[in-house]
Design a protein. Structure first.
Length: 341
């Protein structure tokens, strides 16, 4: 079991990142990966804090999350000869830094600037042009969160994070199915931790209409990432709803955010599993996340195709879609019955 050693969730604490790193592993030189916008917002405070802690640093810009750009950053960071790699940003920079750290066998620290997905603390990455699902890399040695920065991120990103949390409801059920049908290993503790992350957010979502509780959402996302660390697989966090999201990406890239697709996928899959899918819709609406295909520009044709091919992207991962012989007609009927279409 590989787990983060230290997780800090604070407010207006980005200026303390240097001392956090010293407490974590005393690095002398680090490489940072971020996007341009995030660099603009955080650069001065981070660099000042690092130099106060006498940590040399080299920044790398991530512009895309495809395999080619990740390889280029990998080649550059290799030359840095740094002790530790930090991904600071939304999904892309954290994913690239995680992959680079894994390849170079260096410790990795995650500094999320939006609560948009559960890769923040998980050992998994998905890069465009690689396998059509997340692959295992390294668990972060540390996770450092400044809620103040997350609060300023676009509301759409937080809503997307909630979509990724709703995915735990269906993912855990799929895992139970795999245990019951094919005798797959089932980790009760990891499964409960993932379920609890979703439940806490569902139970409180009524209050999100006015203002989402960013701390609660990011802590839930971190907990589900830790659940994946404990399970040693993405099982507690990713089931048929993720396969659906990956299938949409596979068929047509650029439709919606990861968590938005997973949230919509969770509605569909929950109905197939006989779970309370209306509860998922309610929660997603409370936080302003999309609950229809139209809202993310997903055409009925792509939705239907995605549901029919989803399981074939990862046949060994047993889900409800392994049991249901999904056809495009069935997919359309399912989407219509849940209001997704
Ligand atoms: Zn996800």
């Amino acid at each position: 079991m590989e787990l983060p050693r230290q997780i800090v969730v604070g407010e207006k604490n980005i200026s303390n990142i240097g001392s956090f790193l010293i407490g974590l592993s005393r690095p002398r030189k680090i490489s940072l990966v971020s996007g341009e916008q995030v660099r603009k917002i955080t650069y001065n405070k981070v660099v000042r804090s690092l130099s106060e802690s006498k940590i040399k640093n080299i920044w790398h810009l991530s512009t895309s999350n495809d395999v080619e750009s990740a390889k280029k950053i990998l080649a550059d960071i290799k030359k840095d000869k740094s002790d530790l790699i930090i991904g600071i940003g939304g999904g892309r920079s954290v994913d690239i830094a995680k992959m680079v750290a894994f390849t170079l066998k260096k410790p990795f620290v995650s500094v999320p600037t939006s609560a948009s997905h559960d890769g923040i603390a998980s050992p998994f990455v998905s890069l465009r042009g690689d396998k059509p699902y997340s692959i295992i890399a390294t668990a972060p040695l540390g996770v450092f969160v400044d809620i103040e920065i997350l609060k300023k991120a676009p509301r759409r990103l937080i809503a997307s994070g909630c979509g990724d949390l709703m995915a735990k409801v269906t993912a855990v059920r799929d895992w139970e199915l795999a245990r019951d049908k094919i005798g797959e290993y089932f980790g009760t503790y990891a499964a409960n931790l993932a379920s609890m992350s979703a439940k806490i957010v569902i139970d409180n979502s009524k209050n999100f209409k006015k203002k989402p509780d960013v701390r609660m959402i990011v802590e839930a996302l971190i907990s589900s990432g830790v659940a994946a660390c404990i399970a040693g697989s993405s099982r507690p966090c990713s089931g048929a709803e993720h396969l659906f999201s990956h299938a949409v990406d596979y068929l047509e890239s650029g439709i919606g955010l990861h968590g938005e697709k997973c949230g919509i996928g969770a509605i569909l899959i929950a109905k197939l599993q006989g779970q309370d899918w209306k509860k998922i819709i309610r929660m997603l609406k409370d936080v302003g996340a999309p609950t229809t295909a139209k809202e993310i520009g997903l055409e009925p044709r792509i939705l239907a195709k995605a549901l029919t091919i989803a399981q074939s992207l990862r046949p060994e991962r047993y889900t409800i879609l392994s049991q249901v012989k999904m056809t495009e007609e069935k997919a359309i009927a399912l989407a219509k019955s849940t209001g997704v279409l």
